[in-house]
Design a protein around this ligand. Structure first.
Ligand SMILES: Cc1c2[nH]c(c1CCC(=O)O)Cc1[nH]c(c(CCC(=O)O)c1C)Cc1[nH]c(c(CCC(=O)O)c1C)Cc1[nH]c(c(C)c1CCC(=O)O)C2
Length: 345
């Protein structure tokens, strides 16, 4: 189906746009009372993500209520470990928790390479429902975690300040680490291909825990696998967001992807210089800027847009929107991008 608004896809491919497209990482869920209402009608996050009609509904909420230029499918990066045989629970107010974790090479035998259509059929169904209900209004973004970030949760078993168990594994069991990362990579490629067949228009890889690795480990244990994923997918544009990987920007410019996401610590001019003109940049307003007044948000947004200039930019925050941000403040950010950016192109 022909998209009515394809700004995101054109900006990703480096084509001319009338204005800068805008969406927010973690826009589905978290901040909207309308999301809470749907979520409270089921047992919790996991049931919601596994019910395609409801997942489609909360995916589309930010398009209707906030006016973003793209939807992102309501799911989680942790569906991959589950599909490989390592289930998780989502503990209220605390986050993900894995009853079992990977400790040794013997544990790998209990895992399988996930098949996108069978093991993750509920995401495929949610995507089909969402595409039908969006009816071409905006593109739909599919996503997956980067293998390193998924590995970190599978070893650690939960969130962590240091992920020291996962980081230790790279020193104590490097071979096993590579084996597991390869299994995650193969599963992720299958999963993203299934998402694309079901209808997603662009895919984003979230490497949320990139910034805790030293540069040599980042190259060996993360970029290597992200690169395999980028090379395996040519059907739709790809975005790689590696939070905290300021040290890897030059290497990331060589990835086979259209867009690189910047977090809010990364200088815009400096990033453009390191990454070059051949990639679109996405980001990177400080998520905490949305705690400011309307005037302050406008000013910060305009300042960011001026620094990126009008081309090869997708406006976003530098990480996911914080759960306690007032949706009205999010709207000011979005409206400012829409009203100011036409003057740039
Ligand atoms: C690291 C990571 C996770 N999940 C994700 C990442 C990468 C992005 C990032 O760095 O923020 C990605 C994710 N998780 C979710 C989405 C849906 C689409 C979107 O809105 O962007 C996406 C893209 C839904 C979710 N994933 C989760 C919720 C909240 C669950 C609830 O409703 O109770 C939602 C809406 C739970 C989750 N899932 C995860 C954590 C740490 C938590 C708990 C705390 C939190 O909310 O962030 C793992």
């Amino acid at each position: 189906m022909q998209l009515q608004n394809d700004l995101l896809l054109r900006a990703a491919r480096g084509e001319k746009v009338e204005r800068t497209p805008v969406w927010l990482m973690r826009q589905a869920g978290r901040i909207l009372p309308e999301y809470r209402a749907v979520r409270d009608s089921v047992s919790g996050f996991i049931e919601l993500a596994q019910t395609p009609e409801l997942a489609a509904e909360v995916t589309i909420q930010p398009v209707d209520l906030l006016g973003v230029d793209a939807a992102i499918i309501f799911s989680d990066i942790l569906v991959i470990p589950e599909a490989m045989g390592l289930p998780y629970e989502m503990v209220e107010k605390r986050g993900p928790w894995f009853p079992n974790t990977i400790k040794s090479a013997a544990d790998l035998k209990k895992l399988r390479i996930a098949d996108g259509n069978t093991d993750l059929g509920y995401v495929v169904e949610a995507i089909k429902n969402t595409k039908r209900d969006l009816n071409g209004r905006v593109p739909l973004i599919g996503f997956a975690g980067a293998p390193w970030t998924i590995f970190a949760y599978m070893i650690e078993g939960s969130g962590s300040k240091t992920f020291s168990k996962a980081r230790a594994m790279l020193y104590t069991q490097p071979e096993m680490s590579h084996q597991l990362l390869q299994m995650i990579t193969d599963s992720t490629i299958n999963y993203l291909k299934a998402q694309i067949t079901a209808g997603v228009d662009l895919v984003q890889i979230f490497d949320s825990w990139a910034g805790i690795l030293p540069p040599n480990h980042y190259k060996e244990y993360s970029l290597k696998y992200i690169s395999q994923i980028c090379d395996a997918i040519s059907e739709v544009p790809k975005t790689v967001f590696a939070k905290g990987a300021f040290f890897a920007r030059e290497e990331m410019s060589r990835l086979n992807c259209e867009t690189i996401g910047l977090d809010w610590n990364m200088g815009i001019a400096e990033s453009r210089k390191m990454i070059g003109e051949d990639k679109t940049l996405q980001g990177n307003l400080d998520p905490a800027a949305l705690y400011g007044t309307a005037k302050e948000i406008e000013k910060a947004t305009i300042d960011m847009l001026d620094q990126f200039g009008g081309s090869r930019h997708i406006a976003n925050l530098g990480h996911g929107v914080y759960p306690d941000i007032d949706p009205e403040k999010v709207k000011i950010f979005i409206e400012t991008v829409k009203s100011y950016s036409p003057s740039l192109s």
